[in-house]
Design a protein around this ligand. Sequence first.
Ligand SMILES: *Cc1c(COP(=O)(O)O)cnc(C)c1O
Ligand SMILES: [Zn+2]
Length: 462
Amino acid sequence: MSITEPAYQQCVMPGCAATFALDDVIFRCRQCGALLDVRYDWNRVEVPSSLRAFDTRSTAVGHDPESRANASGVWRFRELLPFAPLEDLVTIGEGKTVLQQADQLAAQIGVDAGRLHLQYEGLNPSGSFKDNGMAAAFTQARRLDRRRVACASTGNTSASMALYAGVTTTKSGRPMEGIVFVGGGKIAYGKLAQALDYGARTVQIKGDFDDCMRLVQQSADRINLYLMNSVNPFRLEGQKTIMYRVLEGLGWEVPDWIVVPGGNLGNSSAFGKAFAELKELGLVDRIPRLAIINAVGANTLYQLFNDRGVRFDCKCKGQKAVADHYRHMAEEGITAKTVASAIEIGRPVNLSKALRSLKMMDGVVRQVSDEAILDAKALIGRYGFGCEPASAASIAGLQVLLREKTISPSDRVVCVLTGHALKDPGVTVAYHTGDRLPAAANANPPITANADIEEIVALLEG
Ligand SMILES: *Cc1c(COP(=O)(O)O)cnc(C)c1O
Ligand SMILES: [Zn+2]
């Protein structure tokens, strides 16, 4: 079809590149089945000539649409995701994150002072980066006047979607309804608590995340639910802004490395698109390198990229290798298993887009053990930026990359801390109080004492 709007959707496969209208509710290319991007005709959008133009917006106050958009860490960059008019933008003040320079942590893991930064996404309204994507996806749901939204989730997607569904009404003023598919027994309590409290209809499936993902896509087709997983390309538009805020935190300078945990690979996909577009628009002069970190027990991308040599370009070879790998997993009964539940995913839906990001950002993929994740998590917590297990994969991965000298101590590195420490307190308490032998490297077990002042003084002075 011919596209006349400045924003539209396009198949990611270079050999196909079919285009679809912005408001077509479609998550796979009708020609070839690949994922879709939201695309813009930048000649028809007013984009600032320098990123510094965004500097003045972050202190916005007021309740008119423009002030509200400026107060959102997503929508104050609206010219870089221009698919909806100002009055349609959905926001609850997501993305008010501040890039943190982490010198104490840097000293512990062997990074030079001033070179390690943490992008702490736990500060979002529902406590994870997912809110960046939901602000954008709910904006599109609102434009389409959709009432029922659904997702499959390891936890944070459902928490975030439930929150936005709770506060958003449709264009015609009706409350939205959130429907969440979670795997039986697989969800951290902090996250399940949120989905229930925010009023989502929560369906616990007797299966794992990959089952939930398949079933929610089938349900969406059958009973007209609007899908809010990261196959929804509008989600990824919102998640691009995480990178804009990283640049903002560095005075608009480009870091050397972005390190991010990899689950469904939405973030990695969004980050590559963000930088490719900034480069195309002449708003940055270079692109950082990307490191995607898998857990050993959920390492599909690691195996495909490093062991089977799958790349974005070699379409046929790549698709066969991916199919072979999934068949191998099914035959051997291999399912994802890691303490980092947010990345416990065997069949990442954004695989092709993540491969494209790895190509555009000269990226690498590494895997880290659960033990390394938990030790890194305690170290991050020790210096004040507590996070959930999946987030800590970024620091554990950085440690691997430093050891193998892929990253040098003087490189400027940004690790994305994807979710808040209080999402999964059970894992944290078990780590610090557990009876693991030898004791966990960074354990900080509580001391017990009688209710006796002399004993307590003796303990604390000792
Ligand atoms: C969703 C999530 C991830 C995985 O991100 P993807 O974009 O799916 O790779 C990692 N950490 C946390 C805390 C998450 O909620
Ligand atoms: Zn296609």
